[in-house]
Design a binder for this molecule. Structure first.
Ligand code: NDP
Length: 322
C-alpha cells in the first residue's frame, strides 16, 4: 500500500513503502528524511496559529530563555531559538545570568518568569554550570510553562501508562513528528534507541513506547551493540560519537534517525570544522530505507517543536482564562 502521512502527503508507489523495502532486503539507496523541509512546514503552521491568537485574542505568545554562563554552544542555541521565535511572531525575552550565579538567583529568576503573564514558556538552557542543582532549577518552572518538558512531573507523566505530559521534550517530539510526517508506522515496530540521556534517549524511548513500538534502549554498557542495533526497524542514534553506527549494523530497509551533532576538524570549512552525526551516513544510506542527514535532519525539528510547545502554552492560557 502507499504510504500517506498524517498531513495527507503521499509518498508514491508501493515500491517506496517500508514493508516493501524490508521484504526485499536488497541494497538500495535510502530515501532522505528532509528535516529542514518538515521543520519549515511545522513552523508555517505555528506562524498561522500565532496570527490566529493575535487576531482572535489579541495575545502574543511569549518565550523566555534563561542562559547561565557563557558556554558558546549554549549561546548559539539560545540565539537560534530566539531568531526562530521572531520568524513566527513569538515574543522572546532573553535572561542572561553570570557563570557564578547562585542557585537562589537562578531560581528567583525562574519564579519571576512564572509570575509574568506575558511569558507562556520558560526554557532553561542546559547544561547549567556544575555548581547549580539542575533538577531543582527545572522543578522551579511552572508546569504550565515547561515548554522544554524537562520538569520531573512532565517526565514522570511521559513515563507512566495512561498519563500525558503537558509538554514533551522538543528533540524527542521532533523525532516522532519526522516519523509521522514521513508516513512511517511506529506501532509494533522494533525500535532501538542508542543512548539514555534525560534530554534525548530516555524521553524518545518513552514516546516510542507510548506509540506501541517495542523499544530497546542501549548505552555504554550494552553487550554486542551492533547485534542489538541490527534488530531495529527504527533506529534512533543519540550517543554523541562521530559516525559510530556503521553500515553493517543496520538491517536493510530500516529507518535511521541520527540525532548526533559532532564537530569534526575540517580546514576547508569556513569555521574550520563540519558537523557529522552518530551514523556513518554514506555507508548506512546504502542499507537503510530512510535516513536523516546531519545537519538538516533532527536539528531543525527541535526548535520547531519548541515553538509549537510555546504556542500550545499560550493557547492553554487563553482557555484557562475564558
Ligand atoms: P549524552 O552524552 O548525555 O548521552 C549519550 C548517551 O550515549 C549515554 O546514554 C551513553 O551511555 C551513550 N553512549 C556513549 N558512548 C557510547 C558507546 N560507545 N556505546 C554505547 N552507548 C554510548 O548525550 P545527549 O543525549 O545529550 O546527546 C546525544 C547526541 O545528540 C549528541 O551528539 C548531541 O550533540 C546531540 N543532540 C542533538 C540535538 C538536536 O537537536 N539534534 C539535541 C540534543 C542533543 P551511558 O548512559 O552508559 O553513559
Amino acid at each position: 500500500s502507499t504510504l500517506t502521512s498524517r498531513t495527507g502527503r503521499s509518498w508514491g508507489s508501493p515500491e517506496h513503502s517500508l514493508s516493501y523495502i524490508m521484504k526485499k532486503g536488497v541494497c538500495m539507496s535510502a530515501q532522505i528524511i528532509d528535516g529542514k523541509a518538515i521543520a519549515q512546514e511545522v513552523q508555517r503552521e505555528v506562524a498561522s496559529d500565532v496570527a490566529h491568537l493575535k487576531a482572535e485574542h489579541n495575545l502574543v505568545p511569549g518565550l523566555a530563555t534563561v542562559l547561565v554562563g557563557d558556554n558558546p554552544a549554549s549561546q548559539t542555541y539560545v540565539r537560534m531559538k530566539r531568531r526562530r521565535c521572531a520568524e513566527v511572531g513569538i515574543h522572546s525575552v532573553g535572561v542572561e545570568l553570570p557563570a557564578d550565579a547562585s542557585q537562589e538567583e537562578v531560581e528567583a529568576q525562574v519564579r519571576a518568569l512564572n509570575r509574568d503573564p506575558a511569558i507562556h514558556g520558560i526554557l532553561v538552557q542546559l547544561p547549567l554550570p556544575k555548581h547549580l542543582d539542575e533538577e531543582a532549577v527545572l522543578s522551579a518552572i511552572d508546569l504550565h510553562k515547561d515548554v522544554d518538558g524537562f520538569h520531573p512531573i512532565n517526565i514522570g507523566r511521559l513515563a507512566m501508562k495512561g498519563r500525558t505530559p503537558l509538554f514533551a521534550p522538543a528533540t524527542p517530539a521532533g523525532i516522532i513528528e519526522l516519523l509521522d510526517r514521513t508516513g512511517i508506522p511506529i506501532e509494533g515496530q522494533e525500535a532501538v534507541v542508542l543512548g539514555r540521556s534525560n534530554i534525548v534517549g530516555l524521553p524518545v524511548s518513552m514516546l516510542l513506547l507510548k506509540r506501541n513500538a517495542t523499544v530497546t534502549i542501549c548505552h555504554s554498557r550494552t553487550r554486542d551493540l551492533p547485534e542489538v542495533v541490527r534488530r531495529a526497524d527504527i533506529l534512533i542514534a543519540a550517543v554523541g560519537r562521530t559516525e559510530m553506527v556503521r553500515g553493517n549494523w543496520v538491517k536493510p530497509g530500516a529507518v535511521v534517525i541520527d540525532v548526533g551533532i559532532n564537530r569534526v576538524d575540517d580546514p576547508s570549512a569556513k569555521r574550520g570544522y563540519r558537523l557529522v552525526g552518530d551514523v556513518a551516513f554514506d555507508e548506512v544510506k546504502e542499507v537503510a530505507g530512510w535516513i536523516t542527514p546531519v545537519p538538516g535532519g533532527v536539528g531543525p525539528m527541535t526548535i520547531a517543536m519548541l515553538l509549537r510547545n510555546t504556542v500550545t502554552a499560550a493557547t492553554r492560557s487563553v482557555e484557562a482564562s475564558s
